[in-house]
Ligand binder design. Structure first.
Ligand SMILES: C[S@@+](CC[C@H](N)C(=O)[O-])C[C@H]1O[C@@H](n2cnc3c(N)ncnc32)[C@H](O)[C@@H]1O
Ligand code: SF4
Length: 466
């Protein structure tokens, strides 16, 4: 499928955003206040056809540290600490509810982490019942709501999954990363294959609608051969969806990543080779390649959304629920309404203090300008559809695309003309089409439309694109 001249593409290995938002998180700042957030929430209550709600709950606690972890997590075995956190999330729900119209329906509900199943079954039940009584969910007659939870198979019991199912969850996403023993040891995540298989079996027995498994390529000691064995096992397990993440190694931001030795990491050429063969293995097995790092069975909603050009990208990756208002609760979580991003405090202490003072716990955020809206749409369509149609963007935003993006369409180093010569994209008078190889470097392509990418201080915050 892909012909990769690995040497040719090595030059594209540079720091770059993953574009789960635009502008990306380094642009969020403290000039954006709780009042700005509340103003925007209140504005969302007016008008016809109000968007449905997406709810995200961040449950940061984990039992042990995975050395590769880039998530906002806290390692603890202190049950009182977890109980205290649940109490404060409930407070945040109450506070948010005072600003939102009561009849707005939830279309999507996600628990992420950390490890939500580090809560025990009773705690799951406690928090989920509170959420269920505080919000109205879409009825099954109108498609119902998508309720998903991230789990870690290593500390899971069937009772956890029963508690989630009884609380209305219908989708499960679990971390696997890699089945190879040597890799698991190097990342401090020992997860024998039978534990993953057992968890999948329980999920199926309990009648969940969908299972996603997470893999990471670029971890220490991975080779094309070793990772192909992992992918073969995943194909045999046959989940509905697979996320294949590029390992974001940022030890200057996440100190524990220094426990992974640079010299043990696969070099960029090997990473591209692993990616290429994994894509081939998974597509040969019948999975559809979605966006830059997801795979789904052909009848899965993600595959259908891709076909219908209704795919959408947010902080959880690719999604089918475009146009919802995303309210994110818990420490570090980021809410997204039409015109703003708002991020909560990062520490329990600040988060609790704000809630004790009855103040929405927004630490910082961002209000989009018209230019941000235009660039966000361009980057989102590129990341989801792998093509751009200039005319539809010109009509939507009243711009002349080629004039507006004269710099992005330039012939400089790493610019789109060079990418055309390197067979990553096809440029025409009407638009841009991303070629197969370009999909693997879609972050680099999108960077040509990012209005902030030249800022040196931001570059230091991004992982490498290959
Ligand atoms: C919150 S965890 C999933 C649930 C649970 N905590 C677990 O690990 O099984 C989210 C996923 O992010 C991915 N991830 C974490 N750190 C990463 C990194 N540095 N680079 C790429 N992916 C990463 C992993 O695939 C992980 O499964
Ligand atoms: S990968 Fe998952 S289990 Fe491991 S530390 Fe990160 S959030 Fe916790």
């Amino acid at each position: 499928m892909f012909e990769i001249d690995l040497k040719k593409y090595k030059k594209y290995d540079k720091p770059g955003p993953r574009y789960t938002s635009y502008p990306t998180a380094p642009q969020f700042n403290e000039k954006f206040t709780q009042e700005d957030y509340i103003d925007e929430i209140v504005k969302t209550n007016y008008g016809n056809n109000l968007p449905d709600l997406s709810l995200y709950f961040h449950l940061p606690y984990c039992d042990t540290l995975c050395f590769f972890c880039g998530c906002n997590m806290l390692i603890t075995r202190n049950r009182d600490r977890i109980k205290e956190y649940i109490k404060y999330v409930q407070k945040e729900i109450d506070l948010l509810r005072t600003y939102l119209l009561p009849d707005r329906k939830v279309a999507q509900h996600h628990w992420g982490g950390g490890t939500p199943t580090h809560l025990n079954p009773d705690e799951i039940d406690l928090l989920a019942s509170y959420i269920n009584k505080s919000f109205e969910f879409k009825e099954s007659a109108s498609g119902g709501s998508e309720n998903s939870c991230e789990i870690d198979p290593r500390e899971l019991t069937k009772a956890h999954l029963e508690a989630l199912k009884n609380s209305g969850f219908n989708r499960i996403s679990m971390g696997v990363q890699d089945f190879n023993d040597k890799v698991q040891k190097a990342i401090n995540r020992i997860q024998p294959e039978d534990i993953t298989r057992q968890a999948v079996e329980w999920v199926r027995e309990l009648g969940y609608q969908s299972i996603n498994l997470d893999l990471i390529y670029g971890l220490p000691f991975q080779t094309a051969k070793s990772f192909a064995d992992t992918v073969d096992k995943i194909i045999d397990i046959s989940p509905d969806r697979i996320a294949l993440f590029n390992y974001a190694h940022v030890p200057w931001l996440k100190k524990h990543m220094a426990l992974i030795h640079q010299e043990d990491l696969p070099i960029p050429e090997v990473k591209l080779e692993i990616l290429k063969s994994s894509i081939e293995q998974l597509t040969d097995a019948g999975y559809v390649f979605i966006g830059m790092d997801h795979f789904a069975k052909p009848d899965d909603e993600l595959s259908i959304a891709l076909k219908e050009k209704k795919l959408y990208r947010n902080f959880q990756g690719y999604s089918t629920n475009a146009g919802t208002d995303l309210y994110a609760l818990g420490i570090t979580s980021i809410s997204q309404l039409k015109n703003i991003y708002a991020q909560n405090y990062k520490t329990e202490k600040e988060y609790y203090k704000s809630l004790d003072d009855e103040i929405i716990p927004t630490a910082k955020g961002y209000k989009l300008s018209e230019d941000d809206h235009i660039r966000r749409e361009v980057i989102m369509r590129l990341m989801c559809d792998f093509e751009l149609d200039f005319k539809s963007l010109e009509e939507k935003f009243h711009i002349n695309f080629k004039d507006y993006f004269a710099r992005g369409l330039n012939s400089g180093e790493g610019g789109l003309r060079e990418m055309q010569n390197d067979e990553l994209v096809e440029l025409s008078d009407d638009g841009i089409k991303v070629k197969d190889m370009g999909r693997l470097l879609i972050r680099n392509i999108a960077m040509n439309f990012d209005g902030y990418i030249e800022r040196k201080e931001d570059k230091a915050k991004y992982s490498r694109t290959v």
